[in-house]
Ligand binder design. Structure first.
Ligand SMILES: Cc1ncc(COP(=O)(O)O)c(C=O)c1O
Length: 372
């Protein structure tokens, strides 16, 4: 077995003990409250990691691309939700095919998408399940909570669609800059869901699924009386953005960029061989900025990842350091979902030993749909 310090750099590493700890921690907590986890797959885009999530008790998946949904259906997974509406003929066909293959649910927030899916479903004699997206404050997709009932009524005209419930993603939580601020986003999530769910129930609707979630709001919303299914994504890896709100500890960060220090051009500056094409340029989701630099260098609090070129990074040192040219460093990226998408595989390790490759097999353009 290879010691990770001997690996070629840059490399993207996965600490399998930490990853398993994260999966167990969230699954145990959900189980204790009688809740389900259908994790967001776009974080890892890996069939192998999805299988691990099932082994740790996940009962379904939320997908950010149809490629992810199709790959998981092909791997025999059930309970697959697609997070966004579809409207084009090609996407509608894929949604209808998924509905024929597994327990598939698409999310809808506009009548045009509903009409397009209804038409496609009707043409092939299929019924497509959907949830209505509630806007809980991110102001991206979604219907305002107090307008969800009227929207549900409007969708009744579509006979090839089956109403299953409501979903939201409180992604505006990434505007939080510390732990104390996360609570207000959980309130937004819970109140929006309650307003929409109560209006629907009061008017005779059965809500088979009420689903929501993000990694930072998971803990503050887990005991919600309405939410049944949670969709954390980043929790499998954690990253510097989760550290900034104390959603995770450094010991719970599982994904690293391994880099070598290759130059020392001035007293307070070192250069490493990992840049934007490994670490990603994210400094916070949804335009927010809660982190310093472009990653956290393990064991070197005096070092800031100051700037990134495509293939190299500038490391600024503040004060005394034992860093030197030739050293290997492990960098926790700001946004592990982006870093994980920048490689075809991660190297899984335990302790200091590299154990196996984990394919990131469902990345964008990993299928050639436009040409087949
Ligand atoms: C719709 C939706 N649900 C859930 C998630 C998971 O959020 P997180 O990665 O914070 O756990 C995301 C991530 O962006 C998302 O877009």
């Amino acid at each position: 077995m290879t010691n990770i310090k001997q690996l070629q750099t840059p490399a993207i590493l996965l600490d399998l003990d930490r990853l398993e700890h994260n999966l167990k921690k969230y699954s145990d907590a959900a189980k204790a409250k009688g809740k389900q986890i259908w994790p967001m797959v776009k974080t890892h885009k890996s069939t192998e990691l999805a299988r691990m999530q099932v082994r740790y008790g996940c009962t379904g998946f939320l997908c950010g691309t149809l490629d992810e949904a199709e790959a998981l259906a092909a791997a025999g997974m059930d309970n697959i939700m697609y997070a966004y509406p579809v409207v084009t003929d090609a996407s509608v066909k894929r949604v209808v095919a998924l509905a024929q293959r597994c327990n598939f649910i698409v999310r809808i927030d506009n009548v045009e998408a509903a009409r397009a899916i209804d038409l496609g479903a009707g043409a092939s004699g299929t019924t497509v399940n959907y949830t209505i997206i509630v806007d809980s404050g991110l102001h991206r997709f979604g219907v305002k909570p107090e307008k969800v009932l009227a929207f549900a009524e409007e969708l009744k005209q579509f006979k090839n669609l089956r109403f299953k419930g409501i979903s939201t993603h409180p992604g505006h939580v990434y505007g939080a800059t510390c732990k104390a601020e996360v609570a207000q986003y959980c309130e937004d999530e819970r109140n929006s869901i309650a307003t929409a769910a109560n209006a629907l129930r009061d008017n005779g609707y059965t809500l088979e699924i009420i689903s929501s979630g993000s990694t930072p709001t998971f803990w503050g919303s887990l005991d919600d009386e309405n939410i049944m299914v949670y969709h954390p994504g980043n929790y499998i890896y954690n990253d510097a953005i989760q550290l900034s709100t104390e959603t995770a500890t450094e010991e719970e960060c599982a994904l690293y960029v391994l880099a070598s220090v290759i130059s020392h051009p001035s007293e307070d500056l070192f250069i490493c061989d990992a840049g934007a094409k490994c670490l990603g340029l994210d400094q916070g989701a949804h335009g927010k900025n809660s982190v310093k630099g472009f990653g956290v260098v393990k064991g070197h609090p005096e070092v800031t990842v100051l700037a990134l070129s495509e293939e190299v990074g500038k490391l600024h040192v503040d004060g005394a350091t034992d860093l030197k040219v030739g050293d290997r460093i492990m960098i926790i990226p700001n946004h592990a979902c982006s870093t994980g998408n920048l490689t075809r595989y991660c190297i899984g390790f335990r302790g200091e030993q590299a154990e196996r490759l984990i394919e990131v097999d469902i990345r964008g353009n990993s299928t050639s749909k436009n040409f087949v």
